[in-house]
Design a protein around this ligand. Sequence first.
Ligand code: GRF
Length: 181
Amino acid sequence: MRNIAVFISGEGTTLGRIIEACDKKEIDVNLALVVSSNEKALGVALAKGEGIDVVCAEDEKTIIEALVNHNIDLIILAGYLKLISEDIINNYSKKIINIHPSLLPKFKGKGMYGINVHKAVIEAKEAESGATIHYVDKEYDNGKIIAQEKVDLEMLETPESLNKKIKTLEKKMLIEFLKKP
Ligand code: GRF
């Protein structure tokens, strides 16, 4: 059974879906660790309530220690807003994935997260958007794409309505990915 770590910085709805999928035995993984860059993140309270080990840190040494101590096989970035250090990337090559709320390589990079992405997509008058799961490398939203799915934009799409649609799509894609051995 793979030991996974989920990295968060915010609401933690993606983390919540992984917890639910574990509880319902939809996926066969051990959610061993949550790392948060923000101790006030809602996801921290959620994880603690589920008895999952939580490390609130940004420094590489603390994070690596936690990853090693929990024998982590796969790291999932779920709204994690910090760059992952080169040392971690080198030690966990092809074992760190990120979920991004656009059709990469469009609408990527620093500051392009959450509602900011959807605002940019709508301002650009795109006919479609979507979500991308990719391996993490040294740059934001830049690694090899693993999975990508599209959604059409409605006539009166708003950033909020698009955010809702894409967050639902992301969770579906992530659980499908975690079902694969
Ligand atoms: C996800 O919607 C994804 O686009 C990106 O950050 C968001 C995290 O949301 N990785 P949440 O904190 O899991 O609700």
